[in-house]
Design a protein around this ligand. Structure first.
Ligand SMILES: C[S@@+](CC[C@H](N)C(=O)[O-])C[C@H]1O[C@@H](n2cnc3c(N)ncnc32)[C@H](O)[C@@H]1O
Ligand code: SF4
Ligand code: SF4
Length: 353
């Protein structure tokens, strides 16, 4: 038995400027100063020597097996230890491929983490940045027999419907592994590759709608596209109708003071119901969470979360919470925090008034 971080053993991330086994070294603690990155592609280079990545991964797995923490992983908060038996350890194959090397997107979400949390000048950079070509790397990965049958292939960013040729290439490449595709989109541009997976593939399509009305959509996305998204949702939903392996999920990123009121989420849930989407997932804006998680939860946000968590009106829809942003302990705190009204009620009951 050996204890190895699950991410190192099972994942690969094609991030905008690097290829790594996990998100931990992409967003949370980017350390350009030390030479511990697995692979930092030269953007202008035609081919990339994927063997370098492969060898580094082997070296770090070996270090974990010998009870050492690889330099890459020192002080990592996302360390996720898993026990692998000796047979598994000899051939640890990748089970989840996360692709977000492209950052292009013409939406302007107020919250976008790719554009310095919605800063207008950062959108220009996000759309003009050159990205490396993933296709030669995928070919090298095939030759190394690195991917496990039935893996997950997640196509995450910027906006994949704005690079349709690459999306189609990646999907065609991946099909030989019989994967589950996880695709994130804002839903503004209808995409044939997504539509075809919905009708006959294995796919979870996650659409970031974040609201339930045109006015709110324009306030959040800062483009006029609500009607198109709804039309595309209707068409995607029809495609998925007879495919048990296709699931469409609507996402709602809670933006405190912007969309954390019950009427907004009801409008959103009505859209889900209308287009037969039975799973929605709530997340919360990352910067707000980082700055506010120790503070008392504003009462309108508490009411909003309680409404979603106890979900009495929309029993036909499963409302989930994205645990990577809405942490369990914080959710508990929101659901258990007492309001002044609660306290008065307790006082009243205790004194038998
Ligand atoms: C960067 S987007 C790219 C995919 C696609 N364009 C979309 O909007 O769904 C990927 C995911 O990150 C989430 N995201 C973006 N900025 C965020 C932030 N500041 N806090 C939390 N989640 C964020 C989005 O809601 C979306 O679900
Ligand atoms: S310990 Fe952290 S840095 Fe290392 S592979 Fe796991 S998640 Fe990534
Ligand atoms: S649609 Fe996605 S990538 Fe585009 S701005 Fe919004 S969050 Fe960012």
């Amino acid at each position: 038995m050996s204890i190895i971080c699950k991410y190192l053993a099972e994942e690969i991330h094609f991030a905008p400027t690097r290829i790594v086994p996990c998100g931990a070294n992409v967003w949370d603690r980017v350390r350009d100063d030390i030479d511990t990155y697995f692979l930092k592609p030269d953007i202008d280079q035609k081919g990339i020597d994927f063997d370098l990545y492969f060898n580094k991964r082997k070296e770090y797995i070996e270090q974990f097996k010998n009870g050492k923490t690889p330099e890459f992983c020192v002080n990592c908060e996302k360390y996720t230890p898993v026990n692998y038996n000796d047979d598994e350890c000899n051939e640890l194959k990748i089970k989840k491929i996360n692709i977000y090397n492209r950052t292009i997107c013409s939406c302007r979400c107020v919250y976008c983490c790719l554009a310095a949390f919605g800063k207008m000048d950062a959108f220009k950079k996000m759309n003009s940045d050159k990205n490396y070509d993933i296709n030669p790397i995928l070919k090298q990965i095939d030759d190394l027999h690195l991917i496990e049958e039935g893996s997950e292939i997640a196509i995450l960013g910027g906006e994949c419907s704005e690079y349709p040729d690459e999306l189609e290439n990646v999907v065609n490449w991946g099909k030989k592994y019989n994967p589950k595709f996880i695709i994130l989109s804002n839903g503004i541009i209808y995409n044939d590759t997504i539509a075809s997976l919905l009708s006959s593939g294995n796919i979870e399509l996650k659409i970031s709608l974040d609201c339930g009305s045109k006015a709110k959509h324009e306030q959040i996305k800062r483009v006029k596209a609500f009607d198109r998204v709804i039309q595309n949702l209707e068409n995607y939903s029809k495609k998925a109708e007879n495919n048990p392996n296709a699931q469409i999920q609507l996402r709602y990123l809670i933006l405190p003071k912007i969309n954390d009121n019950i009427q907004d989420v009801k409008n959103f849930l009505n859209i889900a119901r209308k287009y037969k989407i039975n799973t929605v997932v709530l997340s919360i804006e990352r910067e707000w969470m980082q700055d506010n998680n120790q503070k008392r939860v504003p009462s309108h946000l508490r009411k909003f979360i309680k409404f979603c968590a106890f979900n009495k009106e929309y029993k036909d829809i499963h409302i989930g919470f994205d645990k990577s942003h809405i942490w369990d302990w914080w959710l508990e705190k929101v659901l258990n925090e007492k309001t002044i009204f609660d306290k008065l009620k307790m006082f009243w009951n205790k004194n038998n008034f």
